[in-house]
Design a protein around this ligand. Structure first.
Ligand SMILES: [Zn+2]
Length: 235
């Protein structure tokens, strides 16, 4: 986050202000709504005056995420770094932090929306918004797709449900138009080097949509090799 402050201007995810083409801007978002966001992330962001958005799985508050193993196979492995014992924020915890972070919806149950029928998909999009608005007491205007998967139909359902902006995981430059409805994102990982992080913030990854999948596959292979190479201890 110190690198972010030095390399770009942080802006809110719900910003509709025109941005100068000569500057680098960054919107910081988090998916799922784990308790580590409130405990570890938010205080560090606030120290640096960096606004953020948190996309919450409305029907899973207070639970331990069960989609972790599936997420490892998906394009957007947002919960692959979940620590043992980590859980989702509860409704009370979400209410407490809602004035300090923009709360958005990340569906009701974190299912792959592209695999649901129309009624189920609309339910995930509309019900989650209603549930979250009842908790935080303000309009929930942003949505992010579980696993980043979406279709034109899903975009239309989000518009019908009243969202002002939706976030995918396609690494496209975002907010070029202040009224933008579909915004791309680029995933950052604990394994990113400072240079890699800077390049991502400067938009250099927008032409490489499969970079993260390839990188994750490489790390997986490497991890397996390291495990296999580890000598077995004998008593
Ligand atoms: Zn997610």
């Amino acid at each position: 986050m110190d690198i972010l402050r030095r390399s770009a201007i942080p802006v809110r995810a719900d910003s509709h202000a025109p941005l100068a083409a000569s500057q680098h801007y960054v919107v910081v978002t988090f998916d799922d709504g784990l308790n580590s966001f409130a405990e570890n992330v938010l205080p560090e962001l606030e120290k640096r005056n960096i606004p953020s958005a948190l996309f919450v799985v409305a029907g899973k508050l207070g639970t331990v995420p069960t989609w972790t193993s599936f997420a490892e196979e998906a394009t957007w492995a947002s919960v692959s770094h979940v620590l043992p014992g980590e859980r989702m924020l509860t409704a009370d915890e979400l209410r407490e932090i809602s004035g300090r972070v923009v709360i958005g919806s990340h569906s009701s149950t974190h299912r792959m929306l592209t695999e649901l029928d129309k009624t189920e998909a609309k339910g995930e999009i509309e019900d989650s918004r209603r549930q979250l608005e009842a908790i935080v007491g303000t309009k929930v205007a942003l949505f992010s797709f579980p696993y980043g998967e979406f279709s034109n139909d899903l975009l239309a359902y989000c518009k019908d449900a009243g969202y002002d902006r939706v976030f995918t995981s396609l690494p496209a430059l975002a907010l070029g138009d202040p009224g933008e409805f579909v915004s791309g994102r680029v995933q950052t990982d604990p394994t990113d080097s400072p240079l890699e992080l800077r390049l991502k913030m400067w938009g250099c990854y927008r032409w490489l949509p499969h970079a993260f999948t390839i990188k994750r596959a490489l790390f997986k292979t490497l991890a397996v090799r390291l495990r296999e190479a580890k000598p077995v201890e004998t008593p």
